[in-house]
Design a protein around this ligand. Structure first.
Ligand code: B12
Length: 186
């Protein structure tokens, strides 16, 4: 069978983990189940799907430089890693800062690398303000007009991105790549 890895991610991993998340918030599941579901999902994405996505990497000259990470206080990495992999596979240079990344770290890295785009993930309502802080930190450095910024993650919405003055919202990795292409490659 020849199934696109992005389809497995969207129709399998994301759907399955959202059910786990719903059961966790309704009190039916506890943290142990959340962790128990996250571990195999992460393993499948890292070990099976990401290598497949990378195989399809577009071998052209770099489309542009992206600094990506999960905001401060937030250790959710699965979605961010998928976005980073798909961006890489689509021909972007990707600098992944990992998780629990401060706004200043995003901005300093973008400055140091001359990045075209910052992508920031937030999965908790409590860490969502970390996305706003990136915009503020860029303004404080006088860099807001030099770098495009896109956001994603479960609590993030297009309205939130508009409110904080971001450039784009993506509900999944494919849409993130489309935005990156639109902003960087013209
Ligand atoms: C897996 C998981 C965990 C794992 C994370 C493992 C890991 N290494 O990532 C573990 C067990 C560690 C965990 C911990 C916690 N979690 Co949790 N977790 C989840 C769960 C079930 C799935 C998240 C996930 O990986 N989804 C699959 C990926 C592929 O989807 P995604 O992240 O949404 O990413 C896609 C898009 O959003 C988008 N995207 C994401 N980021 C970006 C960035 C850019 C730039 C772009 C363009 C697009 C984009 O593209 C991605 C790919 O298509 C969610 C439920 C949910 N519905 O999200 C809860 C959830 C996020 N967790 C929750 C909670 C409460 C916690 C804890 C506080 C629990 C606790 N009591 O300790 C801790 C917080 C730890 C911390 N400080 O960060 C809540 C948050 C509630 C809220 N409103 O804030 C949720 C929503 C569960 C729930 N319904 O209650 N969690």
């Amino acid at each position: 069978m020849n199934i696109d890895p992005s389809e497995i991610i969207d129709k399998g991993i994301v759907k399955g983990l959202s059910i786990i998340g719903e059961k966790f918030s309704s009190g039916e599941f506890f943290l142990v189940e959340l962790v128990g579901a996250a571990e195999p999902a992460q393993k499948v994405v890292k070990e099976l799907l990401e290598p497949e996505l990378k195989k399809k990497a577009e071998k052209t000259k770099s489309k542009g430089k992206v600094v990506i990470g999960t905001v401060q206080g937030d250790i959710h990495s699965i979605g961010k890693n998928i976005v980073a992999t798909l961006l890489f596979a689509s021909g972007f240079d990707v600098i992944d800062l990992g998780e629990d990344v401060s706004a200043e770290a995003f901005v300093n890295k973008a400055k140091e690398e001359g990045a075209d785009l910052i992508g920031a993930s937030a999965l908790l309502t409590t860490t969502l303000p970390g996305q706003k802080r990136i915009i503020e930190a860029l303004k404080a450095e006088g860099m807001r007009d030099k770098v495009k910024v896109i956001f994603g993650g479960a609590p993030c919405t297009p309205e939130w991105v508009e409110e904080i003055g971001g450039d784009g919202y993506a509900e999944n990795a494919m849409k993130g790549v489309e935005l990156a292409k639109k902003f960087i490659s013209g």
